[in-house]
Write a protein that binds this ligand. Sequence first.
Ligand code: HEC
Length: 120
Amino acid sequence: MRKPVIVIAGALALLIACASPFVRAVDDNHSAAQLRNLVRQDCGSCHGLTLQGGLGPSLRPQPMQALGVDAIRLIIADGKPDTAMPPWRDLLTEQDIRQIAQGLLSGAYISDNHSTQESP
Ligand code: HEC
């Protein structure tokens, strides 16, 4: 027969297991290939498959260069309040966001011919 303390420990473990996906999502950087898929599919669902603009504006290098890397990073992390642009802070690490911003600036996500470069 199991003791109540085991049940409580089990309940605690379950609680921690439920909370941890958030923690893990923010702690682990994604690979360049994962980020490429995310940008093309998730961002692309609003910004257009080739990022030329759709519901959201174009994310091609020219408008991105006008924004600058820091503004792009802030927008990705926090989203834009009162618009459809959602915050990605809970899903992506700082490094993920930096890499996406650099990929948008360089146009790395647009071309099918070359793979995403790891930016320095
Ligand atoms: C649910 C739709 C949606 C998704 C998904 C989405 N965006 Fe947006 N995004 C928008 C909208 C709408 C705007 C324009 C907000 C405004 O009116 O200023 C925007 C604006 C932006 C801007 C500012 C563009 C500019 O010229 O001011 C950037 C950068 C951006 N999004 C990047 C991303 C990235 C990177 C992703 C994926 C990680 C993403 N967005 C996912 C809807 C979306």
